[in-house]
Each structure stands twice: as C-alpha cells, then as structure tokens.
Write a protein that binds this ligand. Structure first.
Ligand code: GTP
Ligand code: MG
Length: 328
C-alpha cells in the first residue's frame, strides 16, 4: 500500500537523463528497513541518503522512537527506495525499551531488503560480537529477506584492515548478500550501498516523484523539539524526554506552535528549565531555527516542561508518549 502524502517535500530533484542513458536499465523500487543497535548512525544514514535532514539524530543512544519512511529517488538508474528508519535494537530495558524494540521489529515487515547497520569497532584486536550485535541479528531471524551488512563510521578507523576480523565475526553469525563499509557523515561509499540495495529490489516504480515521507509535518516538528532538548541535556535526562504539541496553527505570516516537553522526574524538569530558564530558552531557539528550516516559514514557538513521573516504566504511558501519529 502506498502511504498517505505528507506536506514535507523532497528538496532534491532527481537528475533527469536522456533516453539513451537509460537503455537496459529497468526501473526498480521497493522498501528497505535500516536496522541495528542504538547509536550506530541509522538516522544519520537515512538523512545522508536523502540528501536532506528528515529525521533527528543525536550522540545519545535511544534517539529514534518510531519508524519513519523516507523515499530516495534517482533517475540514473531509475530507482525508488522507501527507506525505513527504525529505533535502535537492544535487549529491552523497561516499558519504553519494549515499545522501541517492538516498533523496530515492525519496521522490518514488508521490506524487500534490509540494511543491518553497525559501526566500525573503536578498539583493535579480534572483536567478538556483543549482546547488542546479537540482538539486532536475532531480530532478523524471523524474516526471510536479503540482508546487507553496512559498517558505518569507517572514517574514524585509520587502518581499514582492522575491519576484517569484525566482518568475519558477523559472517559466522549470518549470511549477507553484501558487506559495505561506509561513513554516513563523510558520505563514503553511499553510492555502493545504494547500488547493492537496488540490486535486491523488484522491477517497477511505486511512488510519485515528489513523494518523500508518510509522516505529517507536525510529527517532524515535535521531533525537532525533542532533538533540541536531547542535545541540551545529559546522562539519563535525554532518554526520558518526550514532546507533545498542543497548538499547531498555520497563520498567513507565521506558524504558531505550542508544545510541552515531558520528563520523567521532577528533578529533570528543573534541569530542562535551567538556571533562570536559560536551558529551555536555548532549546526553544535551536528548535525554532530547525523548524523554520524544515517548513521554510517563520515560526512562533512556546514550550512548557512537565514531569510525568516514571513514564518510561509504565507500558501505557510509554506507548502513548513514544509512539506518534501514523504509527501502527
Ligand atoms: N564518526 C562518525 N560518526 C557518525 C557517523 N554516522 C553517524 N555518526 C554519529 O553517531 C551518532 C548517532 O547517530 P544517529 O544517526 O542518531 O544513530 P542511530 O543509529 O539512529 O541511533 P538511535 O536512533 O539511538 O538508535 C551521532 O552523533 C552521529 O553524528 C559516521 O559515519 N562517522
Ligand atoms: Mg535513530
């Protein structure tokens, strides 16, 4: 099923080509989930592939909370890939962990091919796969589909031969249709990754040329507010932040947005507000700038902070606050 149309549009225009260039290249299109342990760069990779910032990414693990579709399109060769960014997979901790893990597994459904993303090991020596690597691999066991192993962050590895034992450890655990070392931030080898994905997609095209995502604008707006709050807090505070929008009104001159940042302890509320409100002011300014860039419009943003004690440990509240509009 083709998802509903969002007002968020691609900023890129797939390069048009002459008839001759396309000879022998049938169009290919399909769905490709990006899965993996937390913080390996899944969301950064999606943005890099799309050539624009769609989803939020931070140095804090547990940033992505629900699956988001982002459609990559190219005319040369004709390709449409509906990428699905997913929450990081690890053995669930608490109710929020369970919600994230269930959401990531749902993201795998109906994929034609999956990219299992991991990151280049920082330490040298023969790396063993750890618990988180194995959790991500296990999630794939229930699905019979081609899997590409992409090893991200190779930019921070001086000696690339250090990757070989790491790749071997993965290969022992599962068969992959390809193994591609990449860097999402430096855009290393992304064309090779796209080409491997394309090779595993069925023929045909699925989407209109300007179709980018299945999520409404206000989903991305609340995510940008949460991103600014996560970037301005530390330790266990970012993991317990959620954002709810109360007002989203498009006026002729301005988009008026009011929202609440939810934290899981009263002490976290004081941290998010900061001394004389300086942290919440910084969060608001950063979020407003990002939202204005997304919408291409002037934005008025007002934020409140509320503590909902223990929400990440309560299954009903965790589901309600983590899973957003448009989720299954
Ligand atoms: N050095 C380096 N850092 C990267 C690269 N790709 C991503 N990062 C960084 O890794 C961190 C995590 O990136 P995310 O894209 O949020 O990771 P994620 O896998 O989506 O994380 P979760 O949503 O928490 O599962 C950020 O600080 C990124 O800037 C890369 O190619 N090289
Ligand atoms: Mg992410």
């Amino acid at each position: 099923m083709v998802p509903a149309r969002s007002k968020v549009r691609p900023r890129y225009t797939p390069a048009r080509m002459s008839e001759g260039e396309n000879q022998g290249q049938h169009p290919r299109a399909g769905r490709c989930a990006i899965i993996g342990r937390p913080n390996v760069g899944k969301s950064t990779l999606l943005n890099a592939l799309l050539g624009q910032k769609l989803v939020i990414a931070t140095p804090r693990p547990g940033t992505t909370r629900s699956c988001v579709l982002g459609v990559y399109a190219s005319d040369n060769p004709p390709t449409q890939i509906a990428f699905v960014d997913t929450p990081g997979l690890e053995r669930p901790k608490g109710a929020l962990g369970r919600v994230l893990s269930d959401s990531a597994r749902r993201g795998l459904t109906d994929s034609d091919v999956t990219v299992l993303l991991t990151e280049a090991p920082k330490k040298t020596g023969t790396p063993e796969l750890d618990d988180k690597d194995r959790t991500a691999l296990q999630a794939l066991e229930a699905f019979d589909m081609p899997v590409i192993l992409a090893i991200n962050k190779v930019d921070r590895l001086k000696d690339k031969s250090k990757l070989l034992p790491f790749i071997e450890a993965y290969r022992k655990a599962r068969a992959f249709v390809a193994v591609v070392p990449i860097s999402a931030t430096r855009r290393i080898n992304l064309d090779a990754l796209v080409s491997e994905i394309r090779g595993n997609l069925p023929e045909g095209l699925l989407y209109d040329a300007d179709f980018l995502t299945d999520r409404p604008e206000r989903f991305f707006v609340s995510e940008l507010i949460r991103e600014a709050a996560m970037l301005n807090t530390r330790q266990e505070v970012p993991y317990g932040i959620a954002c709810e929008l109360e007002t989203y009104r498009e006026e002729p001159e301005i988009v008026r947005i009011e929202g609440t940042l939810i934290v899981e302890k009263a002490s976290h509320k004081a941290i998010v507000i900061g001394n004389q409100g300086e942290t919440i002011k910084r969060i608001s300014t950063q979020a407003r700038e990002q939202i204005e860039a997304l919408l291409g419009r002037k934005v008025y943003l007002r934020l409140w902070v509320k503590a909902v004690p223990g929400w990440t440990r309560d299954p009903v509240k965790a589901r309600h606050l983590a899973i957003k509009e448009g989720d299954a």
